[in-house]
Design a binder for this molecule. Structure first.
Ligand SMILES: *[C@@H]1O[C@H](CO)[C@@H](O)[C@H](O)[C@H]1NC(C)=O
Ligand SMILES: *[C@@H]1O[C@H](CO)[C@@H](O)[C@H](O)[C@H]1NC(C)=O
Length: 289
């Protein structure tokens, strides 16, 4: 998949030109897993053979494997900006933490998958049926756990405490510097230099100049990169979600005018075929095992 700059959306490229790169490449044709952004929890259900409920939109009635990718739930802001009126706001759980609303989102998502795959995922948790991977970020691990609380409410037999309708289910993760599967935070020099090149190119796009000026003026700090806009957008969104009243100047640009550079910043991580192969290559290989 490629990010279309004009349409602001993902599309399939018309030609597949494969290249050899040094960090890691996918051995075979791969197009499916492309939109892997930061902070994912990955869940894969490995089950034998099962008949789906009639309502599923597939022609084939044989489902063997389900891979579910999702991000963490709503969180508090990770950082602040110079003129931020909430710079000293005391977030009860600290910066960058999963909020109760975020926990509920993932719990509900787990319940949704439980219903959707009711005939595929056995009611009782059994270790060999499912393997859950998360990045090593606390909010991602916590999201995975709350998702699992929704997916696997304990059966009567598995209930181990009369007052706790929850059962422990393992979530696996690699430390940040080794993670080449989920958050892809393991350093990769080739990827990094290509990413930087693209980032510089996009930041110099005259269409963002006016927005960059406006944001720099009002935040009282340099806002000259789509990455800066990405961080600011996430901060404003988290503050708004928490019911805080954003400063008046944000009304002209948030969320609408900031959305395009924000999305572009996320898209740049796996912007074209080469970056995708370097970044999500192993996710694909790993999930084929
Ligand atoms: C902007 O930054 C300057 C220099 O750091 C400071 O003097 C000024 O008070 C700041 N303005 C706002 C609105 O934060
Ligand atoms: C992807 O972008 C990088 C950086 O601009 C470039 O070096 C690389 O050749 C591009 N790959 C493709 C397939 O366009």
């Amino acid at each position: 998949m490629e990010y279309d700059n004009h349409e602001h959306t993902w599309r399939r490229p018309s030609s597949l030109k494969l290249e050899q790169t040094t960090c890691h490449t996918t051995p075979r044709r791969s197009t499916t897993i492309a939109v892997v952004v930061l902070g994912l929890a990955v869940l894969s259900c490995l089950l034998g053979y099962c008949v789906l409920s009639e309502s599923l939109p597939y022609e084939s009635k044989t489902l063997r494997l389900v891979i579910i990718l999702f991000r963490h739930g709503a969180r508090t802001p990770v950082n602040s900006y110079k003129s931020d009126p909430f710079k000293n706001y005391q977030w009860p759980d600290g910066l960058g933490s999963l909020t109760n609303a975020g926990k509920l989102q993932l719990y509900e998502l787990g319940k949704k998958y439980r219903n959707y795959y009711a005939n595929f995922i056995p009611e009782e948790y059994y270790e060999k049926d499912i393997y859950i991977k998360s990045s090593d970020k606390s909010r991602c691990l916590m999201s995975a756990y709350t998702f699992l609380a929704g997916l696997y409410p304990p059966s009567e037999r598995q209930l181990w405490h009369p007052e706790i309708p929850w059962q422990p289910i393992p979530v696996h993760s690699l430390p940040k510097h080794l993670d080449d599967i989920v958050a892809q935070t393991k350093p990769c020099k080739v990827w990094k230099s290509m990413y930087q090149e693209l980032l510089d190119e996009k930041n110099a796009d005259p269409k963002f100049a006016e927005l960059f000026d406006y944001l720099s003026k009002h935040t009282n700090q340099s806002m000259r990169s789509v990455l800066d806009v990405d961080f600011l957008y996430s901060t404003l969104l988290a503050q708004q979600d928490a019911g805080l009243k954003l400063p008046d100047w944000t009304r002209n640009v948030f969320p609408n005018k900031m959305r395009t550079p924000f999305m572009l910043s996320l898209a740049l991580l796996s912007y074209n075929k080469t970056l995708q192969r370097l970044k999500v290559g192993l996710t694909k290989v790993d999930s084929q095992k």
